[in-house]
Design a protein around this ligand. Structure first.
Ligand SMILES: [Zn+2]
Length: 289
């Protein structure tokens, strides 16, 4: 028997319990299941903010005294190799609070909630998130409405053009007719998010939908600070969940006939979008910029 296993245990990961005499770990299946869920969500590309929001929405009690989840708890769990049973002995000499690793990690020390392959898959997904977020400065998810918006005139997909930084009907991009008009991306995003953040919108929603909307509004507020990437990433996920229809009338309600080789008109006055959340009513939003 190693020296460590002869001692009473002073602390253990949140998803494990201890026997009353503090000599042994107790595996808590419900908590292990929560750990597994968190890893699955991370492997699916969800960020720690979205995971914490999701658990709070589902009213899953946290493992600590606070009852709710926050992204730092999720982050540290996703990095914690104890989830698959590994223990890294540490020294707390010299007053180090976090401890300094000493010696080799010990495999199968803790009862495992997941296997090592799952742990590694989650690390890979998180790296992928970071890389895709770093590529473009600031506005690092260029189009949060990707695959959500359609052209009100012809029903084609609305696409983002990174050179013009605008949204176009895909027929316009392909020189295949439609109105030859576009909407500056930033103007569009500010107007749609401003519309969604309006408190009056929540009145028509049920309780569960209101909770999701308030998460979304919280994220919209975070866009401008240092958490911009994770906020935009999570906004993108939530928009996919709540928006059932988003059509864009980039040339207003009475688009003029334009020649096929006409210059593309951008930010035409009278432009509007129509949006439906879940199975609710269709709302019309205009540019207030
Ligand atoms: Zn079109």
């Amino acid at each position: 028997m190693s020296e460590t296993s002869m001692k009473k245990i002073s602390a253990c990961p949140g998803w494990l319990g201890l026997t009353e005499d503090r000599w042994k770990f107790v595996f808590l299946p419900e908590r292990a299941e929560v750990v597994r869920n968190i890893f699955e969500l991370a492997i699916g590309g969800m960020g720690s903010y979205a995971i914490a929001n999701h658990l709070n929405r589902e009213k899953i009690p946290s493992f600590g005294p606070s009852q709710t989840w926050d992204h730092t708890t999720i982050d540290s769990m996703l990095r914690n190799r104890a989830t698959f049973g590994e223990r890294q002995p540490k020294s707390y000499a010299g007053g180090s609070k976090k401890g300094v690793p000493v010696g080799h990690p010990v495999a199968n020390y803790y009862p495992a909630a997941i296997d090592e392959a799952t742990f590694n898959a989650a690390q890979a997904a998180r790296r992928q998130n970071l890389i895709s977020g770093r590529g473009r400065k600031g506005n690092n998810i260029a189009n949060i409405f990707s695959k959500l918006a359609t052209c009100a005139y012809c029903g084609s997909e609305i696409k983002f053009d990174s050179h013009a930084k605008s949204l176009f009907c895909s027929r316009v991009i392909n020189d295949d007719g439609c109105t030859r008009t576009a909407w500056s991306y930033l103007d569009f995003e500010l107007n749609v998010l401003g519309f969604l953040a309006h408190p009056a919108l929540a009145e028509k929603l049920n309780l569960k939908q209101q909770e999701i909307m308030s998460d979304l509004v919280g994220l919209i507020m975070q866009r401008s600070d240092e958490k911009v990437y994770s906020a935009r990433f999570n906004i993108t996920l939530l928009l996919k969940e709540i928006i059932s229809e988003l059509s864009i009338s980039s040339a207003g309600s009475e688009p003029q006939q334009r020649l096929p080789d006409a210059l593309i008109g951008r930010d035409i006055s009278g432009r509007f979008f129509e949006i439906r959340l879940w199975d609710g009513p269709l709302y019309r939003g205009i540019s207030v910029g």
